[in-house]
Design a protein around this ligand. Structure first.
Ligand code: 5RP
Length: 234
């Protein structure tokens, strides 16, 4: 049996091998699986197998790792990118049978969503433990909100029957501050919810910036299994 670290490495690398070609405009995801895709892109660029890549990172973690590998970085607004990408490879916290996802475990959901929705092709790399029947029953739904709206947003979510927690920093007192200067909530639902409806509904609460349901794309899934195989689901 392969351990989880090796499964993540195999899956991130496998998606790059299968899909990334020279000249692409790429969205680079965040987390411990997507980082293997970034490292493999970096290694292929350094070896000369890949050329002319222009990339947009989804977080500081990704930006720093990409810089280490010399991957040419831009923003979605750069003329070299022009607001659209060929392909984004990212991880996820949960994936359901419709390929709906929960993302934001690493706190990067806002840019991850903007970049995903600007991509012609969207790929999610996960190990098999991320596959679930109903989203949000095990992994809490992350939600980014502006700090001034913390109490009213938490109260509104609680009236919807959810248990809500402000995400606290690790080795930093107080809440996590996102790349965009916002707070994060982690929302636990008591019974199965409709992710597609909630993706829209939650953003209607004043102060909510974005939530971690990703339901408007049907990503291609690269799934790493503990037996060392990698499965692709279209
Ligand atoms: C970060 C994310 C990540 O993609 C998600 O948390 C999965 O990360 P990992 O591959 O480390 O489990 O959404 O905001």
């Amino acid at each position: 049996m392969m351990d989880q670290g090796h499964i993540k490495a195999m899956t991130g690398k496998g998606a790059v091998e299968a899909l990334v070609t020279s000249g692409m405009k790429l969205g680079l995801g965040t987390g411990s699986t997507a980082i293997h895709a970034i490292r493999h892109i970096g290694a292929l660029l350094q070896g000369g197998t890949l050329q002319g890549i222009r990339a947009v990172p989804t977080s500081y973690q990704t930006l720093i790792e990409s810089e280490r590998w010399g991957i040419p970085l831009f923003t979605l607004n750069s003329p070299e990118i022009g607001g659209t990408l060929d392909l984004t490879i990212d991880g996820a916290d949960e994936v359901d049978p419709r390929h709906y996802c929960i993302k934001g475990g690493g706190g990067a959901l806002l840019l991850e969503k903007i970049i995903a929705y600007a991509s012609a092709s969207y790929v999610i790399v996960v190990d098999e433990t991320k596959l679930v029947e109903h989203l949000g029953m095990q992994f809490p739904l992350p939600l980014e909100l502006i700090p001034e709206s913390r109490v009213p947003v938490m109260k509104t979510l609680e009236t919807l029957g959810a248990a809500v927690q402000l995400r606290e920093g690790v080795r930093k007192a107080g809440p996590v501050i996102t790349e965009h200067g916002n707070f994060l909530l982690d929302i636990r639902f008591k019974s199965p919810v409709d992710p597609a409806a909630l993706e829209t509904e939650l953003n209607r609460i004043p102060g909510v910036v974005e939530n971690g349901f990703f339901t408007r794309l049907r990503p291609r899934l690269f799934i790493g299994h503990a037996d060392g195989t990698m499965e692709v689901r279209e």
